[in-house]
Design a protein around this ligand. Structure first.
Ligand SMILES: C[S@@+](CC[C@H](N)C(=O)[O-])C[C@H]1O[C@@H](n2cnc3c(N)ncnc32)[C@H](O)[C@@H]1O
Ligand code: SF4
Ligand code: SF4
Length: 324
């Protein structure tokens, strides 16, 4: 059994780990003429970590957001009750596994249960490596219990530094006071925006970093989804959302895109697995090991992120072309 490394932050979305490993296993990827799961070439995987979707919506609304959060309206939260049920069940099913966690969304700090959720994770998985990814907007409003929980739970605080005028000195001081290291993930940008009016407040601005881009949805659903299983570098970054386990962020969040644009993208029972229905941890491992029909609608290409389509960072206008 192979256990995939699970790294978080933008690097997780942008990185290409495990790809050559996968390619070495299978030089000629199969075509979707294979219809029976038992006929798929074996590519064993096991649940080693997952991102926890704390909220599907967001308070920033970036153009072409990977998680379709500008389209999510009021969105959905995972509650402490649901998290308790699911995480306790996983612990019972696989007591020996130390999962890696990444708490994100959408914007995770919008979830009113964020503190008890982080505390419970630490209680059940005190040695696991965990990250919290946030846009930082709400950090100045977080109370001492939040900062103490981040410290006590060994959570890596990963803040995406968007080109917006927020005061970062207040939370940086708080983090320093609690002995918390902040990791900044920096998207490339050459304009600074006002967070309230969305107007450009400086054209004379430069931040170098990872490229912003769009991951293209293929509305015709004609992508080779079996081939994606073997070549898409997003596989291995399993997502937990609404009590379900999903292959990747597209599968976990695409419902917001479907609802907003009223497009016909079917999410079938083969595309997710409900933790409440799992009888054995190998059910999830098997689920992660086989191709998923929903990948027919995603143009994510091999090796490159966002199908090579760069976008300039800006606020979303909620136009379908940001994702197609
Ligand atoms: C989906 S966000 C969720 C957490 C939080 N709202 C944030 O933005 O940090 C996680 C990461 O995905 C990256 N991301 C999302 N959409 C992207 C895009 N279209 N291009 C590049 N990176 C993107 C973000 O920059 C962030 O580092
Ligand atoms: S901050 Fe931007 S990238 Fe992160 S969830 Fe919100 S809209 Fe998406
Ligand atoms: S939908 Fe499929 S092809 Fe697209 S990112 Fe997810 S796993 Fe990769």
């Amino acid at each position: 059994m192979k256990r995939r490394d699970f790294i978080c932050g933008a690097a997780c979305f942008l990185g290409g780990i495990g790809l050559s490993e996968i390619k070495n296993k299978l030089n000629s990827p199969p075509k979707p003429t294979i219809t029976k799961p038992e006929d798929y070439p074996k590519l064993e995987d096991e649940l080693g970590g997952f991102t926890v979707c704390l909220a599907t919506h967001c308070n920033l609304n970036c153009k072409g957001c990977d998680t379709y959060s500008p389209l999510a309206g009021k969105g959905e939260f995972i509650t402490i009750e649901q998290f308790t049920k699911d995480i306790t069940k996983l612990k019972e099913l696989a007591p020996e596994r130390e999962f890696h966690f990444a708490f994100l969304g959408g914007e995770p700090l919008l979830n009113p249960d964020v503190i008890p959720i982080l505390k419970l994770k630490h209680k059940l998985y005190p040695n696991s490596n965990s990250d919290l990814l946030t846009n930082g907007i709400l950090l100045n409003t977080m109370n001492d219990d939040f900062w103490q929980t981040i410290k006590d739970s060994n959570i890596n605080l990963c803040i995406t530094k968007y080109p917006i005028n927020i005061d970062r000195t207040i939370y940086e001081k708080k983090a320093q006071q609690y002995g918390i290291n902040i990791r900044y993930d920096i998207p490339r940008a050459n304009k600074l925006f006002d967070i309230n009016t969305h107007e450009v407040i400086s054209e004379d601005y430069e931040q170098d970093g990872f490229p912003w881009g769009k991951n293209i949805i293929d509305l015709t659903g004609s992508q080779d989804y079996v081939e994606k299983r073997y070549n898409c570098h997003h596989i291995g970054y399993t997502h937990y959302c609404r009590g379900n386990i999903y292959y990747c962020y597209v599968h976990a969040y695409i419902q917001s895109f479907i609802n907003y644009f009223k497009v016909n993208i079917p999410i079938t029972k083969d595309d997710y697995i409900k933790i409440a229905d799992v009888k054995d941890i190998s059910d999830i491992d098997r689920f992660l090991s086989v191709p998923k029909p929903l990948c027919r609608f995603c143009k994510q290409c091999h090796n490159t992120c966002y199908g090579g389509n760069p976008l300039e960072w800006d606020f979303s206008k909620r136009e379908i072309t940001e994702w197609t």
